[in-house]
Ligand binder design. Structure first.
Ligand code: NBX
Length: 826
């Protein structure tokens, strides 16, 4: 089906167009031309959306110049390709990212000012590409950008969801989920590649073919076949030196027309078939912490895995004289969590059944090609699929999984493992109905398995993958997460970027480690004042948004205390809310204390089926409503829940935070990446010794970060003892008072929050009662610090100065060196 991307079927020596020029006059002229000839609008009557599209198309032309150049460099260098397989790419808006990375900010601004059009305003009209749930999806987006920026031949593979992560509205204090429709006005960033499409099968039978003189072969004859069509989006790296490709697959009926003819007389039936095919890529599953378990989800996983592998193999065969034995030298495939783990079985099927390689050689190739990143230890989030569902949908892949399992168990028994240990490494969980363990499949099919922070990696070795680690001690390694400093500093915080440039020159934009140059300025009163003035301006900008969206007036000089992330019990927004209520009580009963004005800002989405998380959102809104209406605390405490948290809102919030809440129950947050974005933008962190907070402490220094609470080991010990929260609550009047007002109806009907509160009296699983006192005291230390604005400012500057290590460029270079063996700077 596929035509090669570098050689068309008509070879014409057409003149090469001259690359686009980057001066504002050329841009202005082209933007007007796009408006007229690509969009068909008269500049005199064009709407803002038309201008946005015209600017996007003009910028896109410049991207395409770099893209084609990168692609032909790829062909010439033959350097190793890194394929990042992820169900989610939470990329957000792309226009500003492209403009900054191409160095076009000034030129675009000037070009548009000639027409009296404001680029900042246009940028806000672009819809967010919300093809992800949270940290995992955003990490994939940061990594894609970093791969282009550090010069890796990177390929992102994922799904082109028609509907991304749902839009959240708050109605009567509660979350309401509405469909998201990012493609409603078309998507100028994507290029449909109809010629790049692959058949994907489901169901059917496996038959054994016996031919004289040949070993028997297995042939899978799927009952259902659909088409995966590629949509390519360019990924622009820093300075545009390299433009990589994000290839997202869309499901289509194999042949809608034929189908139509086949069903002649039954047009409706034929269209239903087409719809059924398309349904695979209609919507992103919005659950980030427990498995959806639906058949459609497994279909999505297989669909994009199979399409990506077929594409990778096709490309390799074309470039390498049809020799698959060299695949591991030329390609690395990173599995982003277990969502693409079925790839291990599908790769084996493609190598053995389709390309005729032997089993052992195929297994060796598979292990050398794949590596796998784990993002969670939460047992309820570990993916498993019922064997019977798997077998019905993917009969050949299930056979292969059994064969791999037999081989692994043989290896283990040879190494002397006994019964219980063997069942721990089995790919089939025999416990609660037979289920395929996707984490185990990903593990055995990979040469490297990584966690996303030092602590998380150590816990992986001790818990979920304990037995595997004993068997294969060299496989697990750590790769601490990072965030791209382009989006999370240069783009979202132009004020701070200009200030740093003025102070130490622009070199930190090319190499973020140079930002440590401002460390010595932390004690310079003049610099500190400018730094805090930038912060204040960012806070004013956020205050304006809060006023516009919620009609709540907040004082930009108050401490902005922020917790934004997915809503989850382990992330403990509830702990923050209990502290908020306690503070509210204390402010009213102790007017003699020098309370510091605070604005508590929350945002985040709950999985639609996660009742407790939805209760936490309800409580946040109830608490906000009551406190904001109480004149007795007016200037000292405000509470804000900003609806519909997404990448764009994060870009507004991160630069405006004074205090970053990273307060998960220790041992449960694999890494966190919001923690990094806040600190890079000069917020101080209040946090537990969890995930990457541990490493942030090492880099930022203990004087500049506020750590409290139980350690992961202490949490594990307490859980084992099954300690209840009752004693702690009864001994703490402040905590007890807050919990009483929450359950007795101060913030909504009495009893509404009984479930949340009763849990604390019971086994306090998330250690909210256990950590409350330490959290409360640490917050009061922060109150004291806030009064000393010089001391606060010094710490804020040091945070920005010392966060460079948490750049995703560093993470990606580590992956390239230790896991992929792929060159950088190509
Ligand atoms: O991945 C997150 C972790 O919770 C963070 O600690 C970590 O920083 C981040 C990047 O490594 N995990 C996450 O976001 N998971 C999901 O979004 C998810 C989505 C679908 C699903 C399971 C988890 N089925």
């Amino acid at each position: 089906t596929a035509a090669p991307e570098d050689a068309g079927d008509v070879a014409v020596a057409a003149p090469k167009p001259t690359p686009r020029r980057n001066d504002s006059a050329s841009l202005a002229k082209e933007i007007a031309e796009k408006l007229t000839y690509a969009i068909g609008k008269d500049p005199a009557t064009a709407r803002r959306h038309d201008w946005l599209e015209a600017v996007t198309l003009a910028v896109r032309d410049r991207i395409v110049d770099h893209w084609l150049a990168s692609n032909s460099r790829n062909v010439q260098s033959g350097a190793k390709r890194v394929c990042y397989l992820s169900m989610e790419f939470l990329i957000g808006r792309l226009l500003r990212d492209a403009i900054i990375n191409l160095g076009l900010s000034e030129a675009v601004r000037d070009a548009l000012s000639a027409y009296d059009v404001d680029i900042d305003l246009l940028e806000t009209l672009e819809p967010d590409a919300a093809l992800g749930n949270g940290g995992l999806g955003r990490l994939a987006a940061c990594f894609a950008e970093s791969m282009a920026s550090v010069g890796i031949q990177g390929f992102g593979y994922g799904i082109r969801y028609v509907h991304g992560f749902f839009r959240q509205e708050i109605v009567g204090g509660e979350q309401v989920e509405l469909p998201e429709n990012w493609l409603a006005h078309g998507n100028p960033w994507e290029f449909e590649r109809r010629e790049r499409s692959f058949e994907i099968g489901f169901g059917g039978k496996v038959t054994t073919i016996e031919e004289a003189g040949k070993p028997p072969r297995q042939v899978w004859r799927p009952a259902e076949r659909i088409l995966a069509v590629a949509y390519d989006t360019p990924v622009v790296g820093w300075k545009g030196t390299r433009v990589n490709t994000l290839r997202l697959w869309s499901a289509q009926a194999l042949d809608p027309i034929l189908l139509d003819a086949f069903n002649s007389g039954d047009h409706i039936g034929a269209l239903l078939e087409a719809n059924r095919a398309q349904s695979i890529t209609q919507v992103l599953y919005p659950a980030d912490s427990h498995l959806a378990g639906q058949e459609l989800r497994l279909r999505q996983e297989f669909f994009f895995s199979s399409a990506s592998l077929q594409d990778i193999i096709r490309h390799h065969l074309k470039r390498n004289g049809g020799d698959l034995s060299t695949l591991p030298d030329k390609v690395s495939i990173q599995l982003n969590d277990t969502h693409p783990a079925v790839s291990v079985a599908e790769m084996m099927r493609l190598l053995v059944d389709v390309h005729g390689l032997g089993w052992d050689e195929s297994w060796d190739i598979t292990k050398r090609v794949f590596s796998y990143t784990n993002h969670t230890l939460l047992p309820e989030a570990l993916e498993t699929w019922p064997v019977n569902l798997f077998e019905r949908l993917l009969p050949r892949q299930m056979q292969i999984i059994y064969a791999i399992n037999a081989q692994i168990i043989r290896e283990a028994t040879q190494k002397g493992l006994d019964g219980a240990k063997v069942s721990a490494i089995s790919l089939i969980d025999e416990g609660s109905g037979r289920r395929v363990r996707m984490g185990s499949l990903a593990f055995v099919g990979s040469h490297a398995i990584n966690g996303v922070s030092a602590l998380h990696t150590e816990l992986m070795k001790k818990t979920v993958f304990n037995q595997f680690h004993e068997l294969y001690p060299e496989r697990i390694q750590n790769k601490t997460n990072g965030v791209t400093p382009r989006r999370w500093l240069l783009e979202c915080n132009p004020g701070l970027t200009d200030l740093v440039t003025e102070a130490i020159g622009p070199g930190f934009k090319d190499d973020i480690t140079k930002i440590s140059g401002i460390d010595k300025l932390a004690d310079d009163a003049g610099f500190r004042e400018k730094f805090m003035a930038v912060k204040l301006a960012n806070k004013q900008r956020l205050a304006k948004t809060i006023e516009e969206r919620l009609a709540i007036t907040v004082d930009p000089t108050a401490m902005f205390d922020v917790q934004v992330k997915r809503i989850h019990e382990y992330k403990r927004q509830f702990l923050n809310l209990v502290e908020t209520v306690a503070l509210y009580d204390q402010i009213r009963s102790h007017p003699e204390i020098a309370w510091q004005p605070r604005v508590k800002i929350f945002a985040g989405k709950a999985a639609p089926s996660y009742a407790n998380a939805k209760q936490i959102i309800h409580l946040a809104n109830d608490v906000a409503r009551v406190i904001n209406a109480d004149p007795s605390v007016q200037n000292l405490l405000k509470v804000v829940f900003l609806p519909n948290y997404n990448v764009s809102l994060a870009e507004l919030i991160m630069p405006a935070a004074d205090l970053s809440e990273q307060i998960s129950t220790a041992g449960l947050e694999a890494s966190g990446t919001g923690n990094m974005k806040f600190a890079l933008n000069g917020a101080l962190t209040i946090g537990t010794l969890d995930g990457a907070n541990v490493e942030m402490l090492e880099h930022i220094g203990e004087d500049n970060i506020f750590i409290f609470g139980l350690t992961a080991a202490e949490v594990a010990a307490r859980r084992a003892e099954g300690q209840s929260g009752r004693e702690i609550i009864d001994a703490s009047p402040i905590l007890k008072g807050a919990l009483d007002s929450i359950s007795h109806g101060v913030f909504g009907e009495p009893g509404r929050y009984n479930n949340l509160v009763d849990n604390l009296y019971g086994n306090d699983w998330w250690m909210i009662a256990a950590d409350f006192e330490a959290y409360w005291q640490t917050q009061r230390r922060l109150d004291a610090l806030w009064q000393d604005s010089d001391a606060w400012g010094t710490k804020a500057v040091r945070n920005t100065a010392r966060m460079a290590w948490f750049s995703s460029d560093r993470s990606i270079r580590e992956y390239a060196k230790d896991i992929w063996d792929a060159p950088t700077s190509v």
